[in-house]
Ligand binder design. Structure first.
Ligand code: AMP
Ligand code: ZN
Length: 435
């Protein structure tokens, strides 16, 4: 049941002692990097004696990483560095994270720990449907699955027919996939006249890398007839392997031997107690090439109070509600894209893919929501279409307080990128306004 029983079930006091020792070492190590050398000298924080001392450290932001591009955060001599990865979806300089052999080994072990916790074993056949390359999702899981000992198929994303062919031929039992692609791929399975219960061997999927709701998870579970586990990570900490769901599926255990987690109020920077929602701030505790201190992830979540029935002592974070920078303000009303996703997926007849667009007309913000219908939902009557459209409109208005324009589309008509789904286009930003 445990990949590393001793670490996973360590008492809180032993875990915190380990964190304190690793925090002191991480700060010492970080001071080797040009950016932190300056910052730590200026802020005069001194030695870390307990984990509470972390609050004396300054925050690190994505902007800092870009500012110090390319080598400002490198804390190891170049001859010890074996790989770099960079963060996706950015403009300007990318953020670059370096890895020594020890970093790669520790990361690999963390991902193996995650997959083993969810129930994957060396007898499984693992198809990795995530992008390989600078993005950490592909290679991170690849090496983790090999460490666990499962047959690993490095197929990467896209080419849906081929994915399904691989699944059938090799009798794939576990996949790693973007949640948006898992739903789209399921429609291809249907179109090919296949039934996952009868024609496939899948038993579990690991999904992550982009925000998604509980409704999306349940829908993936139902359409594929599998168990779906949420996987959280970010390239700044290593990539996948930071937090992961156990069979209880009630939040993601954050591996506290490797990461020190805080939740802060994103506006004031003040620490919040367990249970309260805010921005996740992470300090790496075991990274050698690019240790990061109090990195502001921008991801909104909370620490779930209480122990998990699985027996692991590492605390759990809740599903990521969105990013503090993806909140949309529409005529003064705050809306998160995940609220829209949650509402849409609860409506029968609605498919998996949607796009939110915000325009400005006569100094007023307008919200447009285009959503695909389920492949079998439309039997051809106009009144049926109108009925569905008004149900969507009423549900969105009820959830957000804003009246959107709703457009129903045929299944498969929205663009389907191979990487993370683009859910929001804010035309106000392109015209220099917006938030
Ligand atoms: P990257 O820097 O490309 O590794 O992207 C990391 C970001 O992806 C995180 O900061 C989150 O915003 C998002 N992310 C990763 N995993 C999840 C997840 N399971 N749920 C929601 N968002 C996620
Ligand atoms: Zn658990």
């Amino acid at each position: 049941m445990f990949w590393d029983r001793e670490i996973e079930t360590m008492s809180r006091s032993a875990l915190e002692r380990m964190q304190a020792a690793r925090l002191a070492e991480t700060v010492r190590r970080a001071a080797q990097a040009p950016f932190y050398r300056e910052l730590l000298k200026k802020s005069g924080v001194g030695k870390m004696r307990s984990i509470a001392d972390v609050s004396r450290l300054p925050f690190t932001t994505k902007a800092d990483l870009r500012y110090a591009f390319p080598y400002g955060f490198l804390a190891a001599p170049l001859e010890q560095v074996v790989r770099l990865h960079s963060s996706s979806g950015t403009t300007g300089n990318p953020t670059v994270i370096y890895h020594t052999k020890e970093d790669i080994a520790a990361w690999q072990d963390l991902v193996a720990r995650c997959m083993y916790m969810a129930g994957m074993r060396s007898t499984d056949v693992f198809q990795n449907i995530m992008g390989y390359g600078l993005f950490t999702g592909g290679l991170g899981f690849h090496y983790g699955a090999e460490k666990l000992g499962a047959l690993t198929i490095p197929v990467g994303p896209g080419n849906s027919k081929r994915q399904i062919w691989f699944m059938r031929e090799f009798k794939t039992t576990a996949i790693h996939i973007l949640p948006s692609y898992a739903l789209r791929l399921a429609t291809h399975v249907q179109e090919m006249g296949l039934d996952p219960r009868r024609d496939l061997f899948l038993r579990m999927a690991f999904v992550g890398a982009e925000p998604h709701t509980e409704e999306t998870r349940r829908r993936i579970e139902q359409t594929w007839n599998i168990k779906v586990y949420n996987s959280y990570g970010l390239s700044e900490m290593c990539g996948p392997g930071v937090a992961f769901e156990c069979p209880d599926q009630s939040g993601m255990h954050i591996w506290e031997d490797n990461f020190l987690a805080e939740i802060i109020d994103p506006d004031t920077g003040k620490s919040l107690p367990d249970g309260e929602s805010g921005e996740l701030v992470l300090t790496s505790l075991n990274r050698t090439a690019t240790p990061l201190l109090r990195f502001r992830t921008r991801d909104l979540t909370r620490i779930i109070p209480g122990a998990c029935p699985c027996g692991r002592t590492h605390r759990r974070i809740d599903r990521i509600r969105g990013r503090s920078d993806d909140m949309m303000i529409i005529n003064g009303v705050n809306i998160f894209p995940m609220q829209i996703e949650q509402t849409l997926l609860r409506i029968p007849g609605i498919g998996a893919n949607y796009l939110i667009e915000i325009h400005e007309e006569n100094y007023m913000d307008k919200l447009h929501v285009s959503v695909e219908m389920a492949a079998d939902a439309f039997q051809g009557t106009l009144s049926q279409l109108e009925g569905l459209q008004s149900r969507v409109l009423a549900a969105l208005k009820d959830e957000t307080g804003v009246t959107p324009q709703v457009k129903l589309l045929e299944a498969g008509s929205l663009p389907a990128p191979e990487g993370k789904a683009v859910r929001v286009i804010d035309m106000r930003k392109q015209s220099g306004r917006g938030c």
